[in-house]
Structures are given as C-alpha cells and as structure tokens.
Design a protein around this ligand. Structure first.
Ligand SMILES: [Zn+2]
Length: 532
C-alpha cells in the first residue's frame, strides 16, 4: 500500500514518557498509519529522520493567539517550535460569546489588536465557524473566557450578577460547550473576571460538570496571595465537580519566592483526595501582560472609558500611588512589589519606547516613575503591554520538574513574514518549547527528554481528554514534531525576541508538512477541535 508520508530512521519519543526507540512512522492522509522498525512500503514522500527525535506535535496548553489568528492564521512562531495544537480562550478572555449590541464593549476590553477586531459573530458556535474559515495552520482548542461570559451578561461592572444574569451566563456557557468549547477559563486579576466571587465560580463550574467541562484558572493572586488563590481554584474544581488546571504557575515577587513549595504541596494534597488538578509553566523568569494591569482593580471598574477618566483625574492618580507605591521606589502589583527597572515596555503605539524600562522612561521624562507610567497609559489609551521580571529560576525548574506540571507558553503565535516585526514581545512566543528541550533537558537538565516531551504532548492530551492526539500511535492524528536533541534551542531573547528556534526541521500538522526544512508552508492544516 502507498502512504502519503514515511518518516524513516528517527527515534520515536512517543509522548507517553517511555524511552525513545528507533522506529519509522507512516502517515496516510491525516492519520498515523503505522509505527514500527523498518517499515516497508511505498510513500509519496519520505523524510529521512536519521539523528532526529520524532515526537507527537506539541500541545501548547496555555496560549493567547485568539485575536492573532485573524492576522496570522499560520501561528508561525508556534508551529516553528513544534506546536501543532494551541489551547486558547485563556485567562478569562475569549472573543465569544458577544451579546447583541455589546461588540464595542468586547473590542474595548480586548484592547490593542482587538480594538480593531471585526466582530461578525455573537454565539460561540458562530465564532468557531469563523475560526474555521480563517484556515489556521494549527489545531485549536477553544475555551470560553469567563470574562466574556460576564461581559455578555453583567457587563463590565464590579458587582455580583442578578439571578437572571447568572442564569444567562450559564446558558452562554452551555451553548459554548455544545458548540465545542472545552470548558471555561478565569483571569482573576483581570476585569471583569476578577469581580466574580468564589461562589459565583463554583456555581458556574457546577453548571458544566455534567458536560465534562474543564476549569482553567489564572488564579486570583500569584504573589503574596498565592496559597489562598491556589486553594480557591482547587475549591472551585472540588465543589464544582470539574477538573482544574492552574495556569502558568509561579510565585511572583522576590518576597514570595519561598511560597512555591507550598503551592505545589496544595496541588499534591488535593490530588491525594481525588481532585484532578494539574498546572502548567513557561520556562522563563519574566511574565508579560497588558500594562494597565499594574493598576489597582478599582481603576478598571466600569471598563476602559472609565479607566481613562481616572488616569486623567489627579485625585484618582494620588489614590493609586498611595496604595501601590512601596518604600517610595517599587510598585505593588499582581506580581508583588516590583522595581521600575523590572518592568519593560513590550509593545506600544510609540514604537521608540519598546524595550525601555519604566525606570528609563521616567529618567527620560524627568518625572517620578509612577507618574511616567500613569502618563504613558493615559497617552496611549492603555494600549501598552509589558514584560515583567518577577520570578526565580529555581522555582521555574521546580515547577518544570513537578510530575503534574506541563508546558504552556502563555503567548501568541506571530507571523515572521517579511518586513520588520513590531515590538519587543516576550521571547516565549518563539522559544518556549525548544527552550525546555535545549536548556532544561540538555544544558541544565531538570527533566529527561522523554519526560519533557510527555509534558508537551501526552500529559496535556490527557487533560483535554483527547482520544487520538498527543501520542505517536497508529490511528492517532498525524501531528508530529521532529527535532535534533543535540542542537535544539531557543534563539529568541528579551532584546531580540523575533527569532525562530533552531533544531526543529520538520513539523507535521494533520499529515501536512508545515515546517519543511527551511520552508514554512502556511497551509490550512489545522482543525478547530471539539471535545471527545
Ligand atoms: Zn494568565
């Protein structure tokens, strides 16, 4: 029989955590047709994988490509890392559902790129159809953002839902699950997600328990509140009757670095009593998000227009400074007390500021750093993102080594097409997966190669209840990443982030060779996946 693709001579690291074995992999159409030593048969194409590892395509269990599929359905910076599936709708944000008449509210909430978003959908199902028409090069697993559910019902205000609004929220979530959502996500530091009480979230979780929905949590606090916040996420899963994923686990802020062991301990204790809780981590000590998240929650109440009013109001600014300035020199954020030199402008309408720390911006402006930040957010209408250094290398390694922590990039798939690339985004957009394989498997080993691959494939696949992805097995989807264990490495840095990794010469998505040596084929190989 003739196969469409035969990958010959490589070492199959199958994603289960088992040791690699010399095997060939045959693909027919979108599926793996055979796995075995010395496969004999005709194939339309043969890839010589001598010296390469043949792994399942990586599943980015925590991605934020949502808005970027519109401009870059190829998600090139992800696929070049070996990623074949992205989990989006994270941290409370999803582009759907959109309640009638509320598109403008969603655009303002999305900010940045999202402020131009051509919203041509209302229901979650309509949005998934829209995604399909975009022709992505990666598979997409879409969650419903609990912020979107709240915007569609309560709106942007800081108040509990009425019983009718709560029923509507549950209805929106049920529709989303029906259409193909895998569950809901929170971002309990981001408005309007953070306005939800624990009890509101338990009820929302309970409403989807019967349908097998998953709860992915950006928790309420990753700094001093870390333990309480992990306990809250676990409680939502335990009382709501749903599995939990703790997103991008970290102990943020130097004074909180010691909390990581206890955070991991809470996960172990919950698992021991039968709660399915797992976590993910990115292999960097800096995080990244929108800069207006440095502001206290009350400034966001009522949405972006109200935020801008407060940024222009001297009394509101004084209150923010009084609440957040620590020792006159650090800013108390969701990441703990952070120095101004540890907060770097990543993307900004004023491109000349990208890559500059707030300390440097303040020196240039001749104002105190807090004023420089407030002025910047006001002038740029809060459309500024940042890279924020807040974590310890030891904790990154500890999380990565933990048996129930998988790898997620917490980032966006960008196109590297011709021309200059804007901004100084977090290098994780280009480097997460090869950085784990290069730095943390080979250079400063904290996990074995097989374990690292498992954390990128079989483990997230199990979390998502995939029956036919995440392993190199006959009958499974032909999502494959071929890499050279001796040379694979991330090339993207904070100073020079727009650089693809080396050592990943082939990436196959549903049987189509998307990364083909030096060539990137932006074909619509991806599928919008639905729960098994
Ligand atoms: Zn998050």
């Amino acid at each position: 029989m003739a196969w469409s693709l035969l990958i010959r001579g490589g070492t199959v690291v199958d994603g289960s955590g088992a040791p690699g074995e010399s095997k060939d992999v045959a693909v027919e159409g979108e599926r793996i047709a055979a796995v075995g030593a010395g496969l004999a048969g005709e194939a339309a194409r043969v890839i010589d994988a001598t010296g390469l590892m043949v792994a399942p395509g990586f599943i980015d269990i925590h991605s934020h490509s949502d808005l970027f599929y519109h401009a870059c359905p190829a998600a090139e910076s992800k696929v070049r890392q070996g990623v074949t599936t992205e989990v989006v709708g994270m941290c409370s944000f999803s582009p759907a559902p959109v309640a009638p008449g509320r598109a403008e509210l969603v655009r303002a909430w999305a900010g940045g790129t999202g402020s131009q978003l051509p919203i041509a959908w209302e229901s979650f199902g309509e949005y998934l159809d829209h995604l399909r028409r975009l022709g992505p090069s990666v598979n997409i697993v879409q969650f419903a953002g609990q912020g979107a559910l709240r915007l569609a019902t309560v709106g942007p205000d800081n108040r509990p839902p009425t019983p009718a609004e709560e029923a509507a929220m549950e209805r929106h979530l049920a529709e989303a699950l029906e259409a193909g959502a895998f569950g809901f996500s929170t971002g309990l530091v981001y408005p309007p997600s953070l306005y939800a009480s624990t009890e509101e979230l338990i009820r929302l979780a309970r409403s989807m328990a019967r349908r097998g929905g998953l709860y992915f949590s950006h928790i309420r606090g990753e700094a001093a509140m870390l333990e309480d916040s992990i306990a809250e996420a676990i409680r939502i899963g335990e009382e709501g009757g749903v599995p939990v994923q703790i997103a991008h686990i970290k102990a943020a802020g130097r004074e909180n670095w010691g909390l990581m062991d206890r955070a991991l301990g809470l996960i172990e204790a919950a698992r021991a009593r039968g709660v399915e809780v797992t976590a993910d981590v990115y292999p960097y000590t800096a995080g990244s998000t929108k800069m207006d998240n440095l502001l206290p929650a009350w400034m966001h109440d009522g949405g972006v227009a109200r935020l801008l009013e407060r940024l222009a109001d001297p009394a509101a600014r004084r209150r923010a400074v009084a609440e957040c300035l620590v020792d006159g020199e650090r800013w108390l954020t969701f990441s703990g007390a952070t120095g101004w030199d540890e907060i770097v402008i990543a993307t900004c309408p004023r491109a000349e500021l990208e890559g500059m720390s707030l300390a440097a911006l303040a020196r240039q402006a001749g104002t105190p750093p807090a004023e420089a930040m407030l002025d910047l957010l006001l002038a740029e209408r809060a459309s500024v993102s940042m890279v924020i250094f807040s974590q310890s290398e030891d904790n990154v390694k500890k999380a990565l080594a933990h048996p129930h922590v998988m790898v997620g990039s917490d980032s966006i798939g960008l196109s590297a097409g011709p021309g200059p690339h804007p901004g100084k985004p977090h290098p994780r957009m280009y480097g997460t997966f090869p950085r784990v394989l290069g730095r943390y498997c080979r250079e400063e080993p904290v996990v074995s190669l097989e374990t690292a691959v498992h954390k990128m494939t079989g483990m997230p696949a199990a979390k998502l209840r995939f029956k036919d992805r995440g392993l190199v097995r006959r009958g499974f989807a032909a999502d494959l990443a071929l890499f050279d264990a001796a040379t694979v490495r991330d090339e993207a840095t904070y100073a020079d982030p727009h650089r693809h990794p080396t050592g990943i010469p082939y990436v196959v998505v549903n049987g189509q060779v998307v990364v083909d040596g030096p060539r990137f084929n932006a074909v619509p190989a991806g599928r919008v996946l639905t729960p098994a």
